[in-house]
Design a protein around this ligand. Structure first.
Ligand SMILES: O=P(O)(O)OC[C@H]1O[C@H](OP(=O)(O)OP(=O)(O)O)[C@H](O)[C@@H]1O
Ligand SMILES: O=C(O)c1cc(=O)[nH]c(=O)[nH]1
Length: 185
């Protein structure tokens, strides 16, 4: 089910844009990966989920999830695929701001304190968004095991996770798309 070459082509075709962009970290960039263009597409999302489930095969966690909104379709797809394979798995979503009413939660979903979670993400640049998700997950008592993402832009995220003791694994790096670390082709 995981067809890496097909997924790479879909990302290249639909998500990769060149131009002037400001990133979540405030950094400027000459290219952008609009991953929603693939994570909300039937021919790509199941493949992303299959690739990530494969990466978790050796040590499946109880939970997957990450920072809204990039992580959300990925989380839902992994949970769906696990369900179709009769594997137990639950998902969570981490809010950027706590909900101001109702439960006032940062972390939404069917989790229990002490459970193991793999953080998922679409794109990693500095890693700041997922580090925030990790912080909020740990604050509610979850044990973060590692981080998985679709694409690593190779701009320090992997090192930032490593510094805190987390390993980052991704389906692709920008080099798979012929982009070097400075954003050139
Ligand atoms: O590794 P980082 O430097 O944190 O950058 C990557 C983050 O930026 C994007 O999210 P964005 O903040 O654009 O938010 P959105 O998912 O809510 O659109 C992307 O989905 C990652 O979460
Ligand atoms: O760093 C970011 O904000 C970022 C980079 C990118 O390529 N794609 C994205 O969604 N966010």
């Amino acid at each position: 089910m995981y067809d890496r070459e097909k997924l790479k082509e879909l990302i290249r075709q639909h998500a990769l844009k060149f131009g002037e962009f400001t990133l979540a970290s405030g950094k400027k960039a000459s290219y952008y990966l609009d991953c929603r263009q693939v994570t909300l597409r039937a021919e790509a999302l199941p493949t992303i989920a299959a690739g990530m489930l494969q990466l978790m095969k050796q040590n499946p966690p109880e939970l997957v999830g990450g920072m809204v909104i990039g992580a959300d379709p990925i989380t839902a797809a992994i949970v769906t695929l696990a369900g179709l394979q009769d594997k137990p798995l639950r998902g969570i979503m981490v809010r950027k701001e706590p909900k101001g009413h109702g439960t006032k939660k940062f972390v939404e979903g069917p989790y229990n304190e002490g459970e193991r979670i793999v953080i998922v993400e679409d794109v990693v640049t500095t890693g700041g968004s997922s580090l925030k998700a990790i912080e909020y997950c740990e604050a509610v008592g979850l044990k973060v095991e590692r981080v998985l993402a679709i694409v690593d832009r190779l701009e320090g995220g992997k090192e930032a996770f490593a510094e805190k003791g987390y390993k980052l694994d991704t389906l692709f790096t920008v080099e798979d798309f012929g982009i070097n670390v400075d954003g050139g082709q």
